[in-house]
Design a protein around this ligand. Structure first.
Ligand code: XUL
Length: 526
């Protein structure tokens, strides 16, 4: 048996664990539990508490703690070699915040293994529930903070993102405004990631630069809490926030609670957690500047890496600190497969194979046809007016419409990632539509970049386990290189590489100009 590391992913709907054997380059164990099913007493639906206001989305932090106990008990039952694990790291759903009172530090330091975590933690919260990333009830607070910080461009250039309703700062401001007494009693504010890390370390854990950037409170370049942002958000906030630290940085040995109760090695290291997106980036192998990963899912997500920090002056894309150094961008296009499916339905196309076949019958560039597929309010470009718009595109031509929707989505991705100022050298692609060769060729041609397919299950928990390995090696003074750490864990599907066709790429260079002008005309008209 080689060196073992444990990565945990505390997501919206469940908690996952991945154990890797670093020397054997293998995942040796993985397990997930679903909150609703495993812990029905918390009465969540898809991990979220019911609320009369559809904009409010909270979860109980005790649910996450209870899940940690359950998953460790399961690992013990499954005979995972917990005593051999050298370090533990993790990641959490981003932006969610946990409000602790002045007792929390002491309670964390003296967790009693005869009791459950839930019993131990009873009485440490200044607020019983945690607003999570799905909450969109803070539009007012976003506007207030943005105004104080000087508008979208300055907010983004200082904190990495414009203010967003789900981001922690606006959530903290709302709490301060609506429950000032409880806010005053709050001694510490944690993110989901740092809360979970605190349980494992038995002390208040730092927030890392990846998740810290999801707060609208961290200076994205200096990597410290931004005084102006804190002031714009709520009083005395500096006192309530923990330290910021690099992801995977060693906090200390794991809490005795986990040693006594589950048999973790007393010398195993608890390290700083990150957000699920930064951890996924590691798990997908995005460790160097100039690489990108695109997930073609319900929404399409573009992850990019940058050595230098650039921010999006339109405030549509996010910049987070990357756990592997440099910066990570996240740009979310809401109408991803959502729009592709709508077109499929509209033209009564039975399956994705047929969709791809139809696309293949049409020429790249679609003779200049453009379709704007904003079936749902779009995040990038920002618009709340929904609808489908066609330019030089015959509505009756099913094949041309299938090509047009995907070309538009890829052109939009290229256009709206230009602010990164990075020449992308390779794109890794995952998600449903990634199995369609015709679509991937369009992606390669529009981006003029080679494309490789990856199939990684639990990329976030895997990334967290790799982060634990990195943290342990740094602490052991072994000067680890990230490419050596991820080697073997994050390889693309063999034979999946698609190269861009240079001639077609030039067609898309031209079409991009037309796409951009159609898009700006459409937005102006709204
Ligand atoms: C990112 C975001 C989501 C959550 C999901 O900004 O809000 O991806 O991190 O867990």
């Amino acid at each position: 048996m080689g060196k073992l590391f444990l990565g945990l992913d505390s997501s919206t709907q469940g908690l996952s664990a991945v154990v890797i054997d670093l020397d054997a380059r293998k995942v040796v164990y993985e397990k997930s539990l679903n909150f609703d099913q495993a812990l029905p007493q918390f009465k969540t639906k898809n991990g979220v508490l019911p609320n009369r206001d559809p904009l409010v989305k909270h979860s109980p932090p005790l649910l996450w703690a209870a899940a940690l106990d359950l998953l460790f008990a399961q690992m013990k039952k499954d005979k995972v070699a917990l005593g051999k694990i050298l370090a533990v790291s993790g990641c959490g759903q981003q932006h969610g915040s946990v409000y602790l009172n002045e007792k929390a530090g002491e309670v964390l330091a003296t967790l009693d293994p005869k009791k459950s975590l839930v019993e131990n933690l009873d009485g440490v919260f200044a607020r019983k529930t945690s607003p999570i990333w799905m909450d969109s009830s803070t539009a007012k607070e976003c506007a207030e903070i943005r105004k104080k910080l000087g508008g979208i461009k300055f907010t983004a250039s200082r904190t990495g993102s414009d203010t967003f309703e789900r981001f922690t700062g606006p959530q903290v401001r709302k709490f301060y405004k609506t429950e000032p007494k409880a806010y005053e009693k709050t001694a510490g504010i944690a993110l989901v990631s740092s809360f979970m890390a605190s349980l494992l370390a038995g002390k208040i854990a730092p927030i890392d630069f990846g998740d810290g950037a999801g707060t609208n409170l961290m200076d994205i370049r200096r990597k410290n809490w931004n005084h102006d942002a804190l002031k714009a958000t709520a009083p005395s906030l500096a006192k309530k926030l923990p330290l910021l630290a690099p992801s995977g940085h060693v906090i200390g040995p794991v809490s005795a609670y986990f040693v006594t109760k589950y048999g973790l090695n007393p010398e195993a290291l608890a390290t700083v957690w990150t957000g699920d997106n930064p951890a996924s980036a590691i798990g997908l192998g995005l460790i160097k500047s100039g690489q990108a990963a695109i997930s073609l899912g319900t929404s399409d997500t573009f992850f990019g890496t940058m050595a230098e920090c650039h921010t999006d002056e339109n405030g549509e894309g996010h910049v987070f600190g990357s756990p592997t150094g440099g910066y990570l961008t996240l740009i979310c296009f809401k109408n991803g497969s959502l729009a592709r499916e709508k077109i499929r339905e509209l033209y009564k196309i039975s399956d994705w194979k047929k969709f791809g076949d139809l696309v293949a019958q049409t020429p790249p560039g679609n003779d200049g046809a453009i379709l704007l597929p904003w079936f749902e309010a779009e995040i990038v470009p920002r618009t709340v007016t929904t609808g489908i718009r066609r330019f030089d595109l015959d509505e009756k031509n099913a094949a041309a419409n299938c090509r047009a929707v995907f070309e538009a989505q890829m052109l939009s991705m290229r256009l709206h990632s230009q602010w990164m100022q990075v020449a992308t050298e390779k794109i890794l692609v995952t998600g449903g539509a990634a199995s369609n060769q015709t679509l991937l060729q369009i992606l390669a041609d529009v981006m003029n970049c080679r494309v490789l397919r990856i199939e990684v299950s639990k990329s976030a928990a895997l990334g967290a386990a790799l982060q634990a390995a990195h943290g342990w090696l740094v602490a052991a003074d072994k000067n680890p290189a990230w490419d050596k750490i991820v080697a073997g864990f994050t390889a693309p599907v063999p034979g999946s590489e698609i190269l861009p066709d240079k001639k077609t790429a030039r067609i898309y260079d031209k079409l991009l100009e037309k796409y951009a002008s159609c898009e700006s005309d459409a937005l102006d008209g709204l």
